[in-house]
Design a protein around this ligand. Structure first.
Ligand code: SF4
Length: 282
C-alpha cells in the first residue's frame, strides 16, 4: 500500500514539473537541495524560496496536446489519487515541515469538469476536514465550466490556467484539443474571481516558448495586456524541451537565454521591483 503510494507520488510529482513555480532566473539562484520528485522550490517575486508539494491529481488525460509528456497517446503508467488519499499524504509532509504549501494540477480525466471536481474535493477535504490553513495554488483545467472556477476559488490562494501560446494561431500548432479563445475567456474569469474573493496570491498563467515558432514581440504584447488589462500576478515562460514519443520530439529546444530574456523583459513590463516582503503571495 505504502509502496504504491510512493510510486504514485514519484510519478505524479515528477510529471507536475511542467507547471512552473518560479522563473529560470529564480530557480537557478534558489539552490535548494530537494529530496523528493514532488517537492519543488517556489520563488516569489521578492526572491524568497519556499518548498511546494507539487503534484497531479491524475495523469490520465483525454487530450493529445503535441508537446505534452502525459498526452493520451503516450505510453506511460496511468495513475490517479483519490481526493482523500492525496489530502492525507500532503498533510503528512506538511506536518513534518517538509513543505510549506500545495500546488495541485491535473490532466483532463474523463472530462474537464470531472477532473476539476476531483481537485475541488481534495481541497475541500484539506480545508474543511483536515483544517489546513496554508497556501494552495490550484489549476483550472481547459474547457471547465465557469461555475467550477468559482468553486475552486473558495479553497485556494492562487488560481492559474495556462494560455500556452500568445494567440489562437500559434496554439493550433501545439494542440487540436485546446481553443485559445476559450482559454483566454477562462483566464479573464479566473482573474475576476481571484479579485472578487480576494485570493492572496492572485491569478497567473504560463506560456510554452519555442515550439509554435512564435516571436517575442507577440509574447510581450500579450504579457503587457495580461498584467495591465487582466491584472495577473505573474506570467511564466516555459522554454520548450522536446519529449520523446510526442509529435514534437524532433523540434529543437528553446535556447535557455530566450527564456531568461523574456523574464528580464517581463520585469520591465510588470514593474514589480518594489516588492519587498518574503511571501508566497506574489
Ligand atoms: S490537456 Fe494538459 S495534460 Fe492533457 S495533453 Fe494537453 S497539456 Fe497535456
Amino acid at each position: 500500500m505504502r509502496e504504491r503510494l510512493s510510486f504514485k507520488l514519484s510519478h505524479l510529482g515528477n510529471e507536475a514539473r511542467y507547471d512552473l513555480s518560479g522563473s529560470i532566473l529564480d530557480l537557478r539562484s534558489a539552490k535548494t537541495p530537494l529530496r523528493f520528485s514532488f517537492i519543488y522550490p517556489a520563488v516569489g517575486k521578492s526572491g524568497c524560496v519556499v518548498k511546494l508539494f507539487k503534484v497531479l491529481q491524475t495523469n490520465m488525460c483525454e487530450n493529445n496536446c503535441r508537446y505534452c509528456a502525459i498526452r493520451k497517446d503516450r505510453n506511460i503508467p496511468r495513475l490517479y489519487f483519490k481526493p482523500k488519499e492525496l489530502a492525507g499524504i500532503f498533510m503528512e509532509y506538511y506536518r513534518k515541515g517538509e513543505v510549506q504549501g500545495l500546488f495541485l494540477s491535473s490532466a483532463v480525466f474523463k472530462s474537464p469538469d470531472r477532473a476539476q471536481e476531483m481537485i475541488i474535493e481534495t481541497l475541500r477535504i484539506l480545508r474543511r476536514e483536515l483544517n489546513y490553513k496554508g497556501y494552495i495554488h490550484a489549476k483550472i483545467l481547459p474547457g471547465v465550466s465557469y461555475e467550477l472556477i468559482g468553486e475552486t476559488a473558495k479553497w485556494a490562494d492562487r488560481l492559474s490556467i495556462n494560455l500556452e501560446a500568445p494567440s489562437g494561431d500559434y496554439l493550433t500548432r501545439l494542440s487540436e484539443d485546446k481553443n485559445w479563445y476559450e482559454l483566454y475567456r477562462r483566464l479573464k474569469l479566473v482573474s475576476e474571481v481571484t479579485r472578487k474573493f480576494n485570493l492572496r496570491a492572485g491569478a497567473i498563467t504560463q506560456l510554452v516558448v519555442g515550439p509554435a515558432n512564435e516571436n517575442d514581440r507577440d509574447i510581450l504584447r500579450l504579457t503587457e495586456h495580461l498584467y495591465r488589462g487582466l491584472k495577473l500576478s505573474r506570467v511564466y515562460y516555459s522554454g520548450f524541451t522536446p519529449i520523446v514519443d510526442t509529435p514534437l520530439e524532433n523540434t529543437p529546444p528553446a535556447p535557455w537565454w530566450r527564456e531568461v530574456r523574456l523574464y528580464q523583459a517581463d520585469m520591465l513590463v510588470d514593474g514589480h521591483s518594489n516588492i519587498r516582503s518574503c511571501s508566497l503571495w506574489r
